[in-house]
Design a binder for this molecule. Sequence first.
Ligand SMILES: C[S@@+](CC[C@H](N)C(=O)[O-])C[C@H]1O[C@@H](n2cnc3c(N)ncnc32)[C@H](O)[C@@H]1O
Length: 388
Amino acid sequence: MKSKPWVAQRYQMNKDILTICKSGHPWIFRSHVSSAIEVFEAGQLLRLVDANNQTWGYGLYDPDGLIAIRILKEGKNPPENNWFSKRLDQILEKRAHLRNYTDAFRAVHGENDGFPGVVIDIYGKTGVLQTYSASVDSLGRYLASLIVEKLQLENLIWKIPTKRASKTKVQDLRVLRGHLPAKVCFREGKMNLTVEIGSGQKSGAFLDLRALRKWISSQKLHGKRVLNLFSYTGTLGLAAEVAGAKEIWNVDISKGALETAQKVHVLNIKKHRPVVADVFEWLKSLPEKEKFDLIIVDPPQMTSQVAQVPVALRAYRQLYSLSLKHLNDRGILVAACCTSRISRPKFKETVCPIVSPPLKLIKTLQPEDDHPVGFQEGDYLKILIFEN
Ligand SMILES: C[S@@+](CC[C@H](N)C(=O)[O-])C[C@H]1O[C@@H](n2cnc3c(N)ncnc32)[C@H](O)[C@@H]1O
């Protein structure tokens, strides 16, 4: 795509596909396409035409997985270099205000920004590209090269998401520009955070939790005890410490993540207690006398399969009823869910009956403008805050 123009191949849509395209959904599932599409290779640009041979738009073909076509552009004209660059300018403009508060943000948020399967996170002068399928690798690399120029980045790292890398055995980390820094420091308001891009989960840090870090750091937690479940590298624990908490327990199954937390996200080491444990088991054995004023529950994605949703919902119910036993009077419970298969209303209707009464829902947090929601599955992160 960099040097040669993209040569689109014509693909005639059936009625079902046209209906999906018109609905604004960015994915055409394999069950909707005919086997004729199999002649194309991964990443082929398709010119999607209707029954009257009129061009509706353009998409990228994927020979593997559930999604066969990812929609890239609507309209008669093919995507050209100028189109990508202009679109990126618009996207970056929407994030401009965030950069007063932080130098780490998501520059491209996949389908939600109109660039399917491509995520680009920025940490200071380092960009991290993630591509969720081979069919969007060249799209991702091209967008990342434009971002490098626009933001004057020094380093560009290409990280293949863990699930894809382990399935396909593709190399999971490549330096496309500059070098891979062992650590990158970035700021968020009055907090200094650190990310280890090479060893960290996803692009290294959970930028989508910025709104929660902001909220926690603005609370009055002087003299309070905090239980941070599924803490990863303890950025929420740091937010609690900044808010004055006297004691913070960070619990995670990853010893490495907790070691990083202790090294980089702690102001007064005496206040923090790292616990390496499976939260589900650990909560069952935690003595009931251990009470906390703020309990944060931020588990990983529980499933990507529709059939597994009831099991995931059971796990959420179990987590909240176990956590509730350890909440002080007037305490706060933060319930987060990043399972995109569980809708916002479903999550609310699952958690609310478990915790309220006695708890009252006092706030719902939305991700910030670098995590826009462009379609239903894109609304993956739900954060509910309850007070006792
Ligand atoms: C969504 S991330 C949490 C992000 C974190 N709250 C932060 O502030 O960056 C989920 C975390 O859950 C951890 N994890 C996954 N399964 C676990 C389990 N059964 N018990 C404890 N931790 C677990 C992972 O190691 C990961 O760090």
